[in-house]
Design a protein. Sequence first.
Length: 426
Amino acid sequence: MSNHELFQRAQKLMPGGVNSPVRAFKSVGGEPFFTARADGACLWDVEGTRYIDYVGSWGPMIVGHNHPAVCEAVERAVKDGLSFGTPCPAEVTMAETITRLIPSVEMVRMVNSGTEATMSAIRLARGATGRSKIVKFEGCYHGHGDSFLVKAGSGALTFGVPTSPGVPKANADLTLTLPYNDLDAAKALFAEQGNEIAGLIIEPVAGNMNCIPPVDGYLQGLRELCTRHGALLIFDEVMTGFRVALGGAQAHYGVAPDLTTFGKIIGGGMPVGAYGGRRELMEQIAPAGPIYQAGTLSGNPVAMAAGLAMLELIQAPGFHERLAARTRLLCDGLQSVADGEGVAFSTNRVGGMFGLFFSAEEVRSYAQATAADTALFNRFFHGMLKRGVYLAPSAFEAGFLSSAHTDQHIADTLEAARGALRDARG
Ligand code: PMP
C-alpha cells in the first residue's frame, strides 16, 4: 500500500488522518509519509524510501531508533507480562535513577505522557499554594491540558489556534501569559498579581515555537521572582530533560526549579511522563497526601524497562558533549550553506536540540520566531524531504539529533540543503 493510499484511508477514519496534528503536514502542505520501520538515524516509509530523521519521534529517540539495548530490555520485560497494576521493581529503579540524575527532584511520580505530567504539576502547585493562577509563556507548549492551550506553541501555533476553542473561559482566565525572554514583563506581572500565582511553568529552552534558548540570567531572574512571591517555579523538561545535558536544562543553566515535568526520553520511545520535585511538595500527592492523581498504566513495567535502558545509555561518559558537538556541526554547516546561497538564515542550538530560522537575526523571542519566513521554510522542508531528509513538518518545532547521526549523515544533510535552498529560493 502506498503512502497516498494509506493517507486516503486514514483521513476517512481519523481527524486529519492522524493521531497528533503536526504529523499531518497541513502547514507545510502535501501528504505525510507512513513509516514502516526505523533504525539508527533513519526512517523508511512504506514505499521503501529512506529519510535521515531529525524529528526522532519528537524527541525521545536520543540514541537513535531501534537501539538494540533498548529493544532487548523491552523484550525481556515483555516475557514477564505487559502490565501488573501492582508496584513493580523497575519503578523503584526508575525513581532512583531520576532523583540521582536530577538533584532538584527528591521524589517523583510516573505518568503516561508529557501532558499528564504538566496537568498534574499545576494541580500540585495549586493544591500546595492554595492559589489558582498559573503563568505560562506565549509560544510555549505544555501538552493539551485546558490550562495550557492559551497562547500555546507547537501544533496549536502551527495551525493558528494558540488559544483553542473548547477551553472554558473560566479556565483560560486563570492562565496568565508572558512574552518569553522578557524579565521586565515578568516582574511587572508579579508586582501586580504575585500573591495570586500558584506557579510559573516554562520550557527552560523553548522548543515549541522552534528552538529559543533563554537569554543570560533569565531563568535565574524567574527563580528569584517565584521565590519572592511564594509561587512555584515549574520547569517543563519534557523536551529538554536528559537532552540538553544529562541533568537537563536545570543542570545546563544552574537553576533549580521547585517542580519538573518529564516525558519523551524517560520512556525510551514508550508512552511515559513523570513529574517530581521537592519532597515536601511531592508528599502532598495521593496517597501520601490529599492532592489526587492516579493512572491505570502508570509505571508500566515495559515502559520502565525501555526508559531505564535509554537512561543507562545516555550516562556513558561524554555522551552529551558528543551530541552537542554533532549538533553544532549540523547547525554551522547549514549556516554556511545558507550564507553561500545568499539566504537570510540563523540557527539556535542547545545540546542535542536545534532550531532553523529563515531570518537574518539571531532569534530570541516569540515575535522574532513568528516573523521568520515560514513560506520559505515550507518549500525548504519539501526540498529536504525530496532529498531524503526529514525535518519537523512545521517552522515552529525544534529539531533533534541522536547519537546515531554520523558525520556522513550530516554531510548528506548539508548536500541536500544546498539543493533544497536553491529550489526553495526559486
Ligand atoms: N511539554 C513539552 C515541553 C512538550 O514539548 C510536549 C510535547 N511535545 C509536552 C509537554 C506534551 O507531551 P505529550 O505529547 O507526551 O503529551
